[in-house]
Design a protein around this ligand. Structure first.
Ligand code: 5GP
Length: 117
């Protein structure tokens, strides 16, 4: 059972602004956007808490998240200027929701990233 907030979004128990959906992937706007465009891409059928829990036979699923994000960016006219995709794994990366997700950040220059110091 996926008891995370994203599980609730998948089951439509709480609302989200859904921007893309197929058999495997759901995408919706982040509630606290960190860029003009901030969309989260998540697996719908399987609950995988972190990237560290991903099994080799689930590799295709991550490919689907990446491809869905790239297609969305292209469709929204964001691809030419560019964008960033991010997957946070556990505490040091600031992961707060333990159902894997790919962040798509776009719509303005994003600056560099790395350690906060
Ligand atoms: P993480 O920090 O785990 O990599 O990313 C989790 C993301 O989920 C955060 O950017 C946070 O703003 C977003 N988030 C948390 N709760 C909700 C929610 O209820 N709805 C939506 N749309 N996004 C959420």
């Amino acid at each position: 059972m996926n008891d995370t907030i994203f599980g609730k979004i998948i089951r439509r128990e709480i609302p989200a602004t859904i921007v893309y959906e197929d058999e495997h992937v759901l995408a919706f706007k982040d509630i606290a956007p960190q860029a003009p465009v901030h969309v989260l891409f998540i697996p719908k059928q399987v609950h995988i808490p972190t990237l560290d829990d991903l099994k080799p036979d689930q590799a295709e699923l991550v490919g689907r998240l990446v491809l869905a994000a790239a297609e969305y960016a292209r469709k929204e006219g964001l691809a030419e200027d560019g964008y960033r995709v991010v997957m946070n794994c556990r505490d040091h990366a600031g992961q707060t929701v333990y159902h894997i997700h790919l962040h798509l950040l776009a719509g303005a220059p994003l600056g560099r990233f790395g350690t906060a110091h």
